[in-house]
Design a protein around this ligand. Structure first.
Ligand code: IVH
Length: 707
């Protein structure tokens, strides 16, 4: 068989050529097979080429052919949407809940940019429509595809449905090579009401709110259904562009409007954060009259060069924030308290409530956070709700702000039953009966059984297959629960997922013959599992569900160690706290002692480590590539910033260095390549000199990065 280059190493042109060749070959093979001709290749070759084609399409969605074999092969009806990798990630927004959060936001930006209070910082202020975001890709003015946000990196191809929305132009009066327009798909109140009335008359389920109705309508596999749903679209952002739209957010929105997109008429340019806040208050007043739901206001730094300097955190931009409208409250009765056990063993109490409407949504569950919260204390032991505890059968006040899980804000002690008793938090794991423990300074009580606790094992598996983790099509939470206790095909740990096919082959009764499965869905499932055997290192780390190792930390670790084998090697040695490896681990910027302790305990010799190693044996864990950067002077170098910088803040310098592929650490060691020292640098520069590490001043650093 031909020697295939790794997809990540293909250039755009190579990908394009190969997709054309594969389409040709696969279509021929398909015809030969279905036309009952003699097949021109073996099934294994066919599967390999199909997989390769899909991998290239995911990496280079812009070259996906309109007659892509992925869409056609087998001409089976579509069970799911195809996936589209966003060429620029789709971010979400950080939230501000009050004016203090907002002033902090302005302050943080000024600090990052090294802006004085007197320097002007203009904001574009836009309503935050409560719908779902959509990315529209236009090439030379023609709509090529529409994709949902998905996990921010990969979304669903809903082009056929987007074409049914009259606000979405199919052609634009521009010949720009690439223009990706992003905005919100939503439903107006009046249309929502009509839709729900018709749902009722057809005996179908009503939608809970316009956002659910919009999401349900856009994600229809049959686009004739979408066509009947009155969806709207408003533009507020963009993705990949071959030419800049303007120099400001406000200006860019005007351009989008001129191109034929609807933009929000309540958008204002505000000359400072105070003015922005005034506009928020004005919008809060007219919110009910808008005719569609908004759940807050978005503030965006107006100048696009400042947006570029500020850049992004892992999931949110530094240059924008959503100011949410105040929460809505209702009183109801607390019927019972259930304690759930999460993947890290945390015992989380959940309030089961007499259903009540809170701001238009029916609520029957609320989080009770932890033992202390029920008892009337916060994480630091201070009184909350004037020290009132929460008891079963109490009347409680429930609130919800935006999408967050409802919470309990107050309890009415006057209505408490006379014989009520204080709630007793479980002293053993309610799932497996093992002992529970509470660390010093931690409000959370945990089951100590780890993966020996069935509830933890299931939750870990659910996390493992979740969207930001392995994201295996056809294997979600429901299927995990189904397989967990299965007699012949049990999935007790992640490695079991990758032996499922083989085990099924060896079984007398096959999965495809079981109720709820069919040969198509089973072969799709096995294909989806096969596809995910190749995985990025950071995603793999995140999938393990290690406490304190979220997406961001996983990325930091993966970028530092580059490969899984290097990581495993170092972590084994780092078990000894006086090793260099331990020292290096704690020195990674952004990785604190809490993360390190959690990693060391997961990877110490034992059942958990064995389970991870067994899993890794089934996989091809890719080396971490720093996508944004091309090879340059800073690639792979380890930098330390010390002292004060004049032209930019330390945070901006660090972000810049990282975007160039460098690692930034907090302390100087033999592994440091470069120290950038501003005035006031002390011991670090001394240490650098002792170790012979090169040092630069701020001007030299700015020259090197071309600023
Ligand atoms: S800007 C990088 N602007 O809110 C910028 N988002 O919580 C990302 N949304 O996923 C988004 N109105 O679905 C932006 N005027 C607006 C918005 C808006 C609604 C939604 C969008 C996004 C979510 C983030």
């Amino acid at each position: 068989m031909t020697d295939y280059k790794a997809v990540k190493d293909l250039s755009g042109d190579m990908a394009k050529d190969e997709l054309t060749r594969l389409a040709d070959l696969l279509n021929k093979a398909n015809k030969a097979y279905h036309g009952n001709d003699s097949p021109i290749m073996t099934d294994a070759e066919y599967d390999f080429l199909k997989k390769r084609n899909l991998e290239i399409e995911l990496e280079f969605p812009q070259y996906k052919k309109s007659d892509s074999p992925t869409e056609k092969i087998g001409s089976a009806p579509k069970e799911t949407f195809s996936k589209i990798k966003h060429s620029r990630k789709m971010f979400s927004l950080a939230n501000a809940f009050d004016s203090k959060d907002l002033f902090d936001f302005d302050e943080q930006i000024r600090r990052f940019l090294n802006f004085k209070q007197s320097q002007s910082l203009i904001y574009t202020v836009e309503p935050k429509i409560d719908g779902l975001s959509l990315s529209l890709r236009y090439e030379k003015g023609e709509l090529v595809f529409a994709a949902t946000r998905g996990d921010g990196t990969t979304g669903e191809n809903v082009t056929a449905n987007a074409l049914q929305i009259s606000d979405i132009p199919v052609e634009l009066p521009t010949k720009m090579d690439i223009l990706e327009v992003r905005g919100e798909v939503y439903m107006e109140h009046k249309d929502f009401q009509i839709l729900n009335e018709s749902q009722v008359s057809l005996g179908k389920k009503e939608f809970a709110n316009p956002r659910n109705a919009a999401a349900g309508s856009l994600r229809q596999l049959d686009s004739t259904i979408t066509a009947e749903r009155p969806l709207k679209f408003m533009a507020y952002a963009w993705g990949e562009l071959t030419e800049p739209l303007d120099i400001s957010q406000f200006g860019a929105l005007k351009i989008l409007k001129n191109l034929g997109f609807k933009t929000n008429i309540h958008t204002r340019l505000c000359k400072n954060i105070n003015e922005a806040l005034i506009h928020y208050e004005e919008l809060a007043k007219i919110r009910a009259e808008l005719g569609y739901d908004i759940d807050g206001i978005v503030y965006k730094v107006d100048l696009l060069d400042l947006q570029a300097r500020l850049g992004y955190r892992s999931t949110t931009p530094r240059w924008a924030i959503a100011h949410k409208f105040p929460a809505e409250y209702s009183w109801t009765k607390l019927l019972s308290i259930d304690v759930q056990v999460g993947r890290t063993g945390a015992l989380s109490p959940v309030a089961r409530l007499k259903p009540v409407t809170v701001g238009g949504v029916v609520v029957s569950n609320a989080t009770l956070h932890n033992q202390d919260y029920i008892a009337g204390r916060d994480n630091s032991g201070k009184e909350i709700r004037s020290g009132k505890d929460i008891r079963i059968n109490d009347w409680v006040e429930v609130y919800r702000a935006g999408d967050v899980i409802p919470k309990i804000s107050d309890v009415d002690v006057a209505r408490r039953q006379k014989n009520s008793i204080a709630y007793r938090f479980p002293s053993i794991c309610p799932e497996c009966g093992s002992d529970v423990a509470r660390d010093d300074g931690d409000a959370v009580v945990r089951c100590i059984a780890g993966i020996n606790c069935q509830a933890q094992a299931i939750e870990k598996l659910k996390h493992f297959v979740s969207r930001k983790a392995f994201d295996i099509e056809g294997l979600g939470s429901k299927q995990i629960e189904y397989f967990f206790d299965d007699n012949t095909l049990s999935i007790k740990e992640p490695a079991d997922i990758f032996t499922l096919k083989l085990r099924d082959q060896n079984n007398f009764t096959k999965l495809k013959d079981r109720h709820g499965f069919g040969s198509k869905s089973v072969s799709n499932l096995f294909d989806a599992i096969e596809m995910k055997k190749t995985i990025e290192f950071s995603r793999f780390l995140f999938s393990l569900g290690i406490r304190h190792v979220g997406e961001n930390v996983s990325k930091l670790l993966a970028r530092h160690f580059i490969s899984w084998s290097k990581f495993m090697q170092s972590i084994s040695i780092a078990q000894s706290k006086d090793s260099q490896e331990y020292f290096d681990l704690v020195a990674i910027d952004g990785i604190g002692i809490t993360v390190v302790t959690s990693l060391l305990s997961t990877f110490k010799v034992g059942k958990e480590r064995d389970s991870i190693e067994k899993l890794a044996d089934h996989l091809n864990i890719l080396e971490e590539i720093h996508e944004e950067s091309e090879i340059n002077f800073f690639s792979g170098k380890t930098l330390v910033f010390t002292g004060t910088l004049d032209q930019m803040s330390r945070s901006e310098a660090k972000t810049l260095a990282e975007s160039l592929g460098a690692k930034v650490t907090g302390s100087v060691s033999a592994k440091t390549d470069l120290v950038i020292a501003g005035p006031g640098a002390g011991s670090k520069i001394k240490k650098a000199k002792e170790l012979g590490v090169k040092t630069l001043d701020e001007t030299e650093w700015l020259n090197l990065i071309g600023k």
